[in-house]
Structure formats: structure tokens, C-alpha cells
Design a protein around this ligand. Sequence first.
Ligand SMILES: [Zn+2]
Length: 386
Amino acid sequence: MKVTGDQALVKKINKSIVLHTIRKHSPISRAKVSEMTGLNKATVSNLVAELCNEQLVTEAGPGISSGGRKPLILHFNSMAGSVVGIELGVKQITAVLCDLGGGILEEIHRPLDNHQLPHVLGEMKGMIASLIATAPNTPYGIVGIGAGVPGMVDENGVVLFAPNLGWEMVELRALLEKEFGVPVTVDNEANAGAQGELNFGVARDIRHLLYISAGAGIGSGIIIGGELYKGARGYAGETGHMSIEADGQPCSCGNRGCWELYASEKTYDQPDLHLPARTTPELVRYAEIGQEDALRHFNVMGEALGIGLTNVINSFNPELIVIGGTLSVARDWLIEPLQRVVAERTLPYHKQQLQIIFSELGSRGAMIGAAFAAVMHFLGDTRVTL
Ligand SMILES: [Zn+2]
């Protein structure tokens, strides 16, 4: 692509910078946009006029003036359209209808016990259609669908391999685009969760983040320098398959002693284990009344989470680790053993100024992040980080 001297491209980039500055810092004055972007006031005013025409930005006022005429304040118009975010889990499907600012308008859940593609696809389509039916009347209507899936996804939205669903080579993006006629983005659920935390959750403005999705397995979304790190082909973050026991149990991935065999809901499948229940929400209820097997098991899982976390902390030196996914509801029982193991084992410099927290979005991070990916796709791919 020819880039040098292309005025149309420069304008497109500048317009994108102005739009995303308003989106992130709304409400904001034109003068402040000019100051934050380094673009002169005339350029900002022209671009804002176009964005107002396109109904992506609205103005209201007056704002606070340092003297003279009071300025109008710019708002990102999050009600210019809406998106659907859907997370395909191993045991459930959850979906939201969001505005363009990540505000949840509607939310639905369905349990999942059959992973055959026609069944899963039928459920997903039904949920998406019912959310679309509730969408408010907006200038752009439904502008996209974002999906988070528990597996590896290529740049064309093909689910290459999802071991916990038994899926290989599923053209999910194409299948959903054909059904709904709007752009669809598909990403790994941990990557989607990381985007959710970064944009709407506890990790706003964090530059170096590890988002750990702990549930039916373990996956990680890795943010380096404010950007999602996907690796050479897009498959980075499969930390659940890092060995924490050299001669440990065999894993479905071909390796042995994988982290997720010791620190995820996969532990509930061990037949010789004494457990009063085999799902996280039920075990949490037992832990709340002090049932000893449940307490002991969460303690063992918390320690195993800490061992794997030590490996990724030593590797990536993050500022913040956010633990999300369905296991995050067991926070109160996992946090102490997890923090203790990390404190005992992590290299001293890596521990400094490191925070480990559980997600406030909980198990909703991935679908909200998936919705965000759809919003970003609609607002344009020419994203420039300031
Ligand atoms: Zn494995």
C-alpha cells in the first residue's frame, strides 16, 4: 500500500485519533482534544464537524471556560449503534447487547451440555437473534457481533482448535456473518477478556497486563505496551498447557503436567477426589458453610494457580494480573494460597509494584471484551496509540 504523502490516509488517521480521544475522555472540549492530540484547533474543529455529522459525536454545553465565550463540550455518542458480544464457554453460552461505550443493555445466559457444532451454532444464533430483537432504535443499528471462544482462532475468524469443545477448523466468523449480515469478529476468550478489562474493567490505562482466564481450562491474554500480544500466528497465551509437573498427568494437548490440570475446573474430574460437588458455584456454596473438602480443594487449587502465576510473572514482569473466568467467583478461597505461593516463589524484583486481583467483570469479561472488539471494528481499524 502506498503511504507516503497520501493526504487521505493522514486525514483518516487524524480523524481516528480525534474520535478515540473523544471516546476515551468524553466529555471533553475541543481545546483539550487539540492539546492531547497535538493537532491544531482548526483541524480538530473540521474533524469534529464530520464526526458530529456522522452522529458519532454530539455536543452539549457549555463547559467551563477560563474566560470569554463558554465552550461546547464533546461527547462520544455511545448510542449511535449497538453490538452483540457472545462468549462460548464449555458449559454455558453468555451474551450481551452493548452500546458503543460498553454499557450493557441486555444480558442472557444458557447452559451448554452438547458440543456438536449444529447444536452450538443453533443456540448461538438463537441468542444473538433474541438480543438483536431487543436493540434500541439507533442511527446505525446493530453494527457488529463479537465472539469469544475457548480455543485458538486465526485472523479469518476460523476456530482452528478448541480442545475442550472437540472443535477443529470451524469457520465461525463466516457462519455468523452469513446468518446476520453484519461484521463478526472472533477471538480467543482470554484475549477478549483482556480487552474487556483494559477498556471497561479494572485494567484501564495499564500498559503491561496479564489476564488469566481460569475456568474449564486456563488461558491468558497478554498485553504488552498497551497492545494485545498474539504471537507469530495468533496463538500466544496458551499458558494452561505449560507444565508445572515434569512427570505429571497426561493432558489432551499431548504434554504432561499442564497447569490447567491442577488449577482449573479440570481438577473436579479426578475420580478419587473427595468433593461434595463438581461445579464451581456449588463448591463455593459448600465453602461458604465451611465444608472441609471444598475448603481443602480450593486451597490446593489456589496454590497451583500461584505456581503457574510465578512462571508467567517471572517471564513477563507485568504491572497487573487480573484473574477472570468462572473460577473468579471462588476468589475468597483462592486468593490467600495464591498470594502466599507467589510471595514465596517469585523473583524479588518481579514482585515489586505487582498487583494481583480478581476481575470485577468476573465471568462476564470475555463477552464484554468481545463486544468491544466489534465496536472497534465498526469505528475503524486505523487505530493509533498516543
Ligand atoms: Zn496440556
